[in-house]
Design a binder for this molecule. Sequence first.
Ligand code: ZN
Ligand code: ZN
Length: 499
Amino acid sequence: MPASAPTPCLRPYRPRAAEHTVLHQVVRLHLATFLRVAEEAGGVPAFVERELRQFLTCGVWAKGFARFRCDACHAERLVPFSCKARAVCPSCGGRRMAERAAHLVDHVLPAVPMRQWVLSLPFRLRYVLAFDHALCRKVLAVHVRALRAFYRRRARRQGIADGETGAVTAIQRWGSALNLNVHFHTLALDGVFQSDADGDLRFVPASPPTPQEIARLVATIARRVATLLRRHGLTLGGDEPADDADSQADAGALAALAAASVTGRSLLGAAPGARVGRVGRTTTAAIAKAASPWHARAADFDLHGGRTVRAEDRRTLERLCHYLLRPPLAQDRLELLPDGRVGLTLAHPWADGTSVLVFGGVEFLEKLAVLIPKPRVNLVLYHGILGARARRRAAAVAQVVPPEATRPTSVAPVSQETAAPPERRPSRRGWLWADLMRRVFEIDVLACDCGARLRFLATIEDPPVVQRILRHLGLPTDTPVSALARPPPRDDLAFAFPA
Ligand SMILES: [Zn+2]
Ligand SMILES: [Zn+2]
């Protein structure tokens, strides 16, 4: 679409100056060095480099923007494009999270009690599953099958023969330390649907699981996963990841970086093989973890099942969905330290007192690179009555409460900076982006100062036109470029923080 000359009242809308964030600075500064050092160690797959480079263009004016106009007062607004990176970009990850959570709450999850089941896996398995998505889905299927059987058994005790639960699982690939930690967050209908005489679906809630039942569940899962792995010629012995050459053949250096990440070490940083630096750690464990009746452990598998949401509490459900679908990095937890290293504040201090992790620049990129999923790998999966091919799925999802009645009305306001720019093209469902900003952050990006609504006009992508408009408006016309590769990091800075 040709762009007409901009009017003088054209105002840019910029949710966040991406190139001024700590993350952007770190990636810009260290990407070239990281890629060179990684190259020497076997190289990283193209999709990893692509995502890191894409991130550097997120919200950059020179890459183009969308244009909105108010028909009442003729004011215009420009919004730069986002990068759509899957793991690296907190802003795009935040928007994807909000979009998917809204979809789950409005269109998928019936208004019934829900329970979150979190399954964490032995170290070795985390590493194997990071590369083998097909096997990852099989392990997840074992977990969900055990949960479904658990709910069916309880239903049979209540005299229900054909009860079926359903679940949605987010496969999270990372832990709080930016470490590789493949684990499952499964949101299950906390009970079963039963068909009544007329063929209508009726939900029968389950009573809470006992500690013994959770212990039996995790033991069953551990045993069945071990059987599954044996069929694939794998065992779970030892904490150190071993080489499984088949699935990692294309990964180059990424396999070694992943193995290091799983055990909290780094390979390409100042001190290869060293543990990630920690601040606040004490030798005496200060914070003892309280034993939970909702937690059980078997053969290094951990199962937590304590988090529940009431049927009518759709707002809490949406927040829980955000938690399931959140991106690995929260922008506000990163800081650039005076010596150039990167500090990551933990959301919850560890049992040993550690509150901040410290990474060198290349080391930080090493951690990020491992978390980037392969393109087209689906990390949100449905099972049971919510499964794509389930016979009664339509009837179950029809039981979502009408969104009008439940849409959050007073979400805590979040600063405009949290908002993400729109995607390159308006979504087919209209400007979902603007709806989301309003729903999650209470920002109405399409409200004109005159009180009327802005209307989407065009996307401007033609470089000469982009440049002309940016110059006219006095906006930056350059694209941030990554710094040149420097000599590999030395260990003279290594982990000076008190151990
Ligand atoms: Zn107006
Ligand atoms: Zn982005």
